[in-house]
Write a protein that binds this ligand. Structure first.
Ligand code: MN3
Length: 239
């Protein structure tokens, strides 16, 4: 009797456990389906890029701004289940064929989601210095020298009126590299270009530390540029 009772309790516990585990799995699956886009964690501490980018800027930029774009992108696609299985990058490439009622929201927030995912990765506390590897060659071939490239990039960032981004892109039509800037959160992917690297020139990216001096921010930013990651993106651009 005691044994049977023990067995019964054992099975009851096992079954309850399985049901609970099963419903957690279902909840996780449902959540993944509801919210396909996840805010990636910062790959380093908030203060890792100091003194060039301060911890408070990083905290607000990642935890508030990037989190906001992620939330709004998930909300935008929530009523179109067929869009939830697509990558955010694919949504941007197809921006002009998305349902009209969410097109602008995906443009702004999908752009913000993808742009910032890249941004954290192409910076590093071990970054800075001159470009290395294939990107060094590509910059020399396309711009003459690293200094000439930096000048063009900084100038494009400085003269972008209002909020936006400055980019080094691969034009997929003719396989050439160029420096461009885009307004708001517009991504080069929307124009058939691959973003190899980009700097955020929204005031939220620099105002606490540099105030209105965007030019100084653009100059100092090179101290945290992660050339290893940019080399990976260059390879991806050509693939
Ligand atoms: Mn930003």
């Amino acid at each position: 009797m005691t044994l049977n009772r023990r067995k019964f309790v054992f099975f009851l516990t096992a079954i309850t456990g399985a049901v609970v585990a099963g419903s957690f799995t279902k909840m996780a699956q449902a959540q993944a389906l509801e919210e396909p886009f996840k805010l990636p964690p910062l790959p380093y501490a908030y203060d890792a890029l100091e003194p060039y980018i301060d911890a408070e800027t990083m905290m607000f930029h990642h935890d508030k701004h990037h989190a906001g774009y992620t939330k709004n992108l998930n909300e935008a696609v929530s009523k179109y289940p067929e869009l939830k299985s697509k990558s955010a990058e694919d949504l941007l490439k197809e921006i002009n064929s998305l349902p009209a009622d969410i097109r602008q929201t995906v443009r702004d927030n999908g752009g913000g989601y993808v742009n910032h995912k890249m941004f954290w990765e192409i910076m590093s506390p071990d970054g800075g210095g001159s470009p290395t590897g294939e990107i060094e060659k590509a910059i020399a071939e396309s711009f003459g020298s690293f200094a000439a490239f930096q000048e063009e990039f900084n100038n494009a960032g400085k003269t972008r009126f209002g909020s936006g981004w400055v980019w080094l892109v691969l034009n997929q039509s003719d396989q050439t590299l160029s420096v461009i800037s885009t307004p708001n959160q517009d991504s080069p992917l929307m124009e058939g270009m691959y973003p190899i690297m980009g700097n955020d020139v929204w005031e939220h990216a620099y105002y606490l530390n540099y105030r209105n001096n965007r030019g100084e921010y653009l100059t100092q930013w090179w101290n945290v540029v992660n050339w290893d990651e940019i080399n990976k993106r260059l390879a991806a651009a050509y693939s």
